[in-house]
Design a protein around this ligand. Structure first.
Ligand code: ZN
Length: 174
């Protein structure tokens, strides 16, 4: 990568790190998930609004290094309007971008602005900063599916436990 391009990428990361987009709580979210990267101390809360298999809104709050904030900012901007399948493809491409020494050009095309984060592949300790938002998103989507599966099994609130079972009631003495 030439020096100018590297500097441009640096600028985008600093810009998004200092002024993250979609940095707010999404009140009417359908999914929320906390993510934490203990290696760096990055912490974020991700909110998604999913309708009919499509992310129609995404936002986050949190504190962390410029890479983690820029990554969450760019990710939330890019996933809006995409279907869950498209987002999985984007995640695969992004993961390849930050972990593969020479990612194919096709991957860079599909990632758009997210390619600015490709530089972290030279700094293994920063890869988790860049992928935190993505892993948080996947965990949030997974846990919601699980919750829904569970809730369909117990849609009515029958929480009273069946009592000891043994010891039938003594008949009333006559
Ligand atoms: Zn970090």
């Amino acid at each position: 990568m030439n020096q100018d391009l590297r500097e441009l990428y640096q600028e985008v990361i600093i810009d998004h790190g200092r002024h993250p987009r979609n940095f707010k709580k999404l009140e009417d979210h359908s999914h929320s998930q906390e993510g934490y990267n203990p290696l760096c101390g990055d912490r974020l809360m991700l909110y998604l609004k999913v309708e009919k298999n499509r992310v129609i809104d995404a936002a986050f709050e949190g504190v962390g290094c410029a890479i983690s904030m820029a990554s969450a900012s760019l990710m939330t901007s890019q996933i809006k309007g995409k279907t869950l399948e498209e987002i999985q493809q984007l995640f695969q491409a992004f993961h390849c971008l930050v972990t593969t020494p020479e990612p194919p050009a096709s991957i860079q095309d599909c990632l758009g602005k997210l390619t600015v984060l490709g530089g972290v592949r030279d700094f293994p300790t920063r890869i988790k900063c860049a992928t935190l938002a993505w892993h948080t998103m996947n965990a949030g989507l997974d846990s919601k599916i699980h919750e829904q599966a569970v809730s369909t099994e117990s849609s009515t609130d029958l929480s009273e436990e069946s009592s000891t079972g043994e010891g039938k009631e003594q008949p009333v003495e006559r």
